[in-house]
Ligand binder design. Structure first.
Ligand SMILES: *[C@@H]1O[C@H](CO)[C@@H](O)[C@H](O)[C@H]1NC(C)=O
Ligand SMILES: *[C@@H]1O[C@H](CO)[C@@H](O)[C@H](O)[C@H]1NC(C)=O
Ligand SMILES: *[C@@H]1O[C@H](CO)[C@@H](O)[C@H](O)[C@H]1NC(C)=O
Ligand SMILES: *[C@@H]1O[C@H](CO)[C@@H](O)[C@H](O)[C@H]1NC(C)=O
Ligand SMILES: *[C@@H]1O[C@H](CO)[C@@H](O)[C@H](O)[C@H]1NC(C)=O
Ligand SMILES: *[C@@H]1O[C@H](CO)[C@@H](O)[C@H](O)[C@H]1NC(C)=O
Ligand SMILES: *[C@@H]1O[C@H](CO)[C@@H](O)[C@H](O)[C@H]1NC(C)=O
Ligand SMILES: *[C@@H]1O[C@H](CO)[C@@H](O)[C@H](O)[C@H]1NC(C)=O
Ligand SMILES: *[C@@H]1O[C@H](CO)[C@@H](O)[C@H](O)[C@H]1NC(C)=O
Ligand SMILES: *[C@@H]1O[C@H](CO)[C@@H](O)[C@H](O)[C@H]1NC(C)=O
Length: 493
């Protein structure tokens, strides 16, 4: 086992060499002039080419990009016996690396560089004060034989595995009770090789709930950025009961159909979280904010709150771009979703819940949503009847209130709004302001409502349902609704 920090020393040495070389070079004015002249020539040349060629020139320089040193100590996976041939199992190498970093402790922690290559591994755990850095063309491959995946107890707020009772498979990259963890890189990839899992799930031969690709539990100060996550066996990125999580500039991919439950990001009982600049195209919800399931979630009692989602492009042909629920029994509040672009999807933004959930969804702000070729734009569904077991409380009605939609645009939308409250779960205090959505069918009843109250401010197209009060753009009441509980829901189109 190698536990030295040789690579960091090597980086240092390397940098000194470059510095000396540059000093020598530029000491001569003549050389400097020549270099500048060549640089100018190359720039003009590159500028003259079209964009594609221009990119090729920059790509040519890319492989030489040094991995930045983000911690005092940086290791190379190969120092721990890693072999990136796509066949050798690297679990022990990852474990040795993590163990070495865990010994560095609080003072700066350590960075593990994963160079270009295909690094097959079984699940492994991260440690605190750690940066996992994936170089360009570095791929961490999850082994797809479930025998290598350890079982873990069900999440306390779910009571059982999400799809099977009892224990569940852990995640490929796992962490719990950690602080200060970064997973980043030059767009390297974590690939869950989900195909075998999806097939076994459909054939019903798995006895336990599938594992997520990356799951961080009971942790704080987490940053996940600048990488690609793909083909997760189950949910892709699952922060559970975490605080202060930043997710930035990720690409998350899975087939858009027949990749069951491959949600992109599932913030679950998390607070103080930012998700931004991400591209997500997956086989279930792009993002789904959760907080536990029925009586287990109510007992655990940890809400998801203070979550900002912005500048996200998402495609979800099976479910929705951004969801809240359906598991939301610990409550969800203070969520802002802005500059969201949803394309070629079944639904754009959805809140889903049911009797038995309890909890609440409140103070939710959507701003600047764009839909392109989406079947149903805005959805609130209150009869998502999927329960962990039969012991859920039939009187645990979730509260849905203070939900606003501002600047909603797009085209090719079949049903722009379907908000389906009920007598027991009415949807209160909903606001629409500045909406104009191009529709594919010129039918009536495409702004569908039931048991909802709230308002429309200024111009909204298509014409809003009768359930809402109408205000002009100066917020002066024009017409008060007398039919908040009228139901006009048509699931046929
Ligand atoms: C890691 O080690 C491998 C093999 O020795 C080497 O090819 C690679 O350049 C190293 N990467 C870094 C960042 O040191
Ligand atoms: C990761 O740590 C958790 C908690 O200690 C443990 O249950 C799990 O088995 C560990 N996973 C692996 C792959 O070692
Ligand atoms: C996003 O990540 C890519 C790949 O690592 C990088 O080239 C790009 O600069 C990043 N963009 C931002 C805004 O950080
Ligand atoms: C990162 O890699 C993914 C998958 O190869 C690719 O789709 C994406 O465009 C890349 N992102 C950047 C910023 O280069
Ligand atoms: C599931 O359990 C059955 C019965 O115990 C067993 O025969 C089967 O091999 C198990 N399947 C998997 C994938 O572990
Ligand atoms: C949140 O986490 C980041 C990254 O570790 C850290 O820099 C920042 O100080 C943390 N913020 C708070 C309020 O703890
Ligand atoms: C992502 O990559 C960009 C470009 O390399 C870099 O400027 C930025 O700091 C990185 N962001 C994070 C959060 O790691
Ligand atoms: C709501 O969440 C935002 C982050 O999106 C945070 O800045 C703000 O302080 C939160 N508001 C309250 C009242 O907690
Ligand atoms: C609205 O969001 C789109 C991305 O969907 C973005 O291009 C545009 O700049 C945003 N508009 C404003 C006013 O922020
Ligand atoms: C609509 O239904 C709600 C909840 O069932 C009830 O509290 C309210 O009084 C009803 N409003 C009208 C105008 O009938």
């Amino acid at each position: 086992m190698v536990e030295t920090s040789t690579p960091s020393w090597r980086f240092h040495h390397h940098r000194l060499d470059i510095k000396r070389w540059i000093t020598t070079l530029f000491s001569s004015h003549k050389t400097l002039f020549t270099v500048l002249w060549i640089a100018a020539f190359v720039s003009v040349f590159a500028w003259q080419r079209n964009i594609v060629d221009g990119f090729l020139i920059f790509r040519w320089a890319a492989p030489g990009r040094e991995m930045p040193k983000l911690r005092n100590v940086a290791y190379n996976l190969t120092d721990f016996g890693g072999v990136g041939d796509g066949v050798t199992l690297n679990t022990a190498a990852f474990e040795r690396a993590v163990s070495a970093i865990s010994k560095l402790g609080k003072r700066g922690g350590g960075q593990l560089n994963v160079p270009a290559g295909n690094w097959l591994t079984a699940p492994f755990n991260l440690t605190s004060h750690m940066t996992l850095f994936l170089d360009e063309d570095a791929v961490i491959l999850g082994i797809d034989d479930e025998k290598y995946w350890p079982l873990m107890p069900p999440l306390p707020s779910y009571g059982k595995g999400r799809e099977r009772p009892g224990a569940r498979y852990g995640s490929l990259i796992h962490g719990q009770n950690l602080k200060d963890v970064v997973i980043t890189g030059h767009n390297g990839t974590i690939n869950g090789q989900g195909q075998a899992w999806w097939k076994k799930y459909r054939q019903r031969i798995l006895n336990h709930t599938r594992g997520p690709l990356v799951q961080i539990m009971w942790s704080s100060d987490i940053v996940i950025s600048n990488i690609t996550l793909r083909d997760s066996p189950f949910w892709t990125l699952h922060p559970y009961d975490c605080k202060n999580v930043t997710i930035r500039n990720l690409t998350i991919l899975a087939p858009i159909s027949e990749a069951p439950n491959t949600d992109g990001i599932d913030p679950d009982s998390c607070e103080d979280m930012v998700i931004e600049d991400c591209y997500i195209s997956v086989g279930d919800d792009g993002i789904a904010i959760k907080s536990g399931w029925d009586q287990y979630g109510i007992a655990y009692g940890r809400p998801s709150k203070n979550i900002l989602i912005r500048n996200v492009v998402v495609r979800s042909m099976v479910s929705a771009g951004v969801s809240i629920g359906s598991e939301m029994s610990g409550g969800v509040s203070n969520v802002t979703v802005e500059n969201l672009y949803v394309w070629d999807s079944r639904r754009a933004v959805r809140i889903k819940t049911s009797t038995g959930r309890g909890g609440y969804v409140r103070h939710i702000t959507y701003k600047n949503l764009t839909f392109n070729n989406v079947r149903v734009g805005i959805v609130i569904k209150t009869d998502y009847n999927e329960h962990p077991d039969d012991d859920f409380d039939r009187k645990a009605f979730p509260v849905l209130e203070d939900i606003s939609y501002t600047s909603v645009h797009g085209e090719g939308v079949r049903v722009p709004v379907r908000i389906h409250g009920s007598d027991e779960i009415p949807v209160r205090d909903v606001t629409f302001r500045d909406m104009s959505v191009g529709i594919t069918y010129k039918k009536k009843h495409i702004f569908q409502c039931a048991f909802i109250n709230g308002r429309v401010i200024g111009t909204v197209f298509p014409a809003p349902c009768e359930n809402l009060d109408l205000y002009d753009e100066h917020e002066r009441l024009v017409k008060q609704s007398t039919s908040q509980n009228v139901s006009d829901i048509d699931y046929d189109f």
